[in-house]
Design a protein around this ligand. Sequence first.
Ligand SMILES: *[C@@H]1O[C@H](CO)[C@@H](O)[C@H](O)[C@H]1NC(C)=O
Length: 241
Amino acid sequence: MMVFKSIVFFALCILGAVHSAVLPIEKCNLEDSACMVASFQKAVPVFMEGLPDLGIQVLDVLEMDPIQFDLSGLQFKLTDGRLKGLKGAIIDSVKWNPKKKKIAIEFHANSTVKGHYTAGGRILILPITGDGQITMKLKHIAVKITVDYETEQDGEGKNHIVPKKLHFDFEVKDGAHFTLTNLFNGNKELSDAMHLFLNDNWKQISAEFGRPIMASAANSIYKNIITFFKKMPIDDISLSS
Ligand SMILES: *[C@@H]1O[C@H](CO)[C@@H](O)[C@H](O)[C@H]1NC(C)=O
């Protein structure tokens, strides 16, 4: 039986002088879901702030890669996207299945995405055109992430988790609010009507068009999880048999 061993572990600290990140990890059995939830919860704010010594990026505020999509008649582009709020994520469930080599994590958070957008085409039934700043406030966004992994030995014979596949799903539960500047070349009436429409239909809008944006965020988290496991042998974070 694999056992999550004690630990507060210290990031590699070259020359001993640099301030090193400390990620708290609680002692858990991998399949002990309740213990894992508490352990992940403690790690979340530290992880999301970034662990430069481990190569973990800052995830809150997350600077997003440019996103572009053409979906159901809407052409949309988001650049300089910044997502805020992951630090405050609440872990709802962690299911680690060492036999199936799957880790399933559910969490929720309030988030804000800001950036520069361009939009054309139509959104649901309404024509839209715009080029300006967008702010999206998402209340209680519930996220499920599942990672399939393999284990591999490094050069020193230590085992690592190597994530192979990410699945993710999300739902905005308690409301989304959208603000876009410079819609319809600054036409106020059309812009007001569009804001009413977007904010009345927040549920459908976020379900239909939120995915590429959330996928990008999920991918960033995933990349950093890969880095983390690559740097840390399983025994160092954790488990022994
Ligand atoms: C989200 O915001 C609401 C208030 O608007 C608050 O009650 C709730 O605790 C927040 N949730 C999280 C995960 O921060």
